[in-house]
Ligand binder design. Sequence first.
Ligand SMILES: [Zn+2]
Length: 290
Amino acid sequence: MKKREQSALNASDISSSLRCPLCHETVTIDDLKSIKCCNNHTFDFAKQGYVNMLQKPVSSQYDDTLFHARHNIITEADLYEPIHKKIAELIQPEAEEYTLLFDAGSGEGSHLQSILDQVNDKNIRGIGLDISKEGIIMAGKHYDQPLWFVGDLANPPLKDQSCKYILNFLSPANYSEFKRILTQDGLIIKIIPGSGYLQEIRHALFNNTAESQYENNDTVELMKKNVEIISEERMTYTKNLDEAALKNLISMTPLGWHAERDQIETFSSQGNKDITVDMHLVIAKDKQAI
Ligand SMILES: [Zn+2]
């Protein structure tokens, strides 16, 4: 079976949780080729298995190089493995029905896939959405199981109260949409960088200038205004990376985009550096939820 058809088949299992991004009506999977609503708005499965829900292309600063680097850092260097594991422990399948884990801002999909691998339960179904088509194409190429959408976080093609888990990994949030699509007992799982995150890169490239400081206060304040925080856990650890991994790390982080080329070379060519991962894992629910 072709990838496009396999994805359409996967989507048909969960089509009752989807909605048309244009008219917000119910959709069905049409002939294992497209997602179609009752008003005939049609979105085709691409050959890599993803579906583009955007009306016009959006340009982003994220390109193939960045997503390749990110893919390698997540899947080969395993930089975030302890965090994926922790998140997987939170994910509980419903007894009879499928349960949706929606990755809001999934990029090239490796965080979501890694968590799904850890959960290892067929009833947990992953959906990844990102505005970057390059990211989603790569996700579709690498990972068959989740459903991948190019789309707008302000208008995800998901019905009200359809998702039990929303993952928001180092990515901007849209709380009004999160609350709309979250089930009554649903959880938002947000990963926010802590002050020590990638501090070795910041020290090497920016010498502790203002640019080298990560601030997450605004992110947490915004979150508190919109949703009820249930728990917050800080995870800090280091991981030793070789030269290739350091190069990938620098090219995937915004820190590297503002640095001089020779600084980047000097930093990564030394190889075998301990790199700090420092994250806040914040779990929240809708304030209105029971
Ligand atoms: Zn429609």
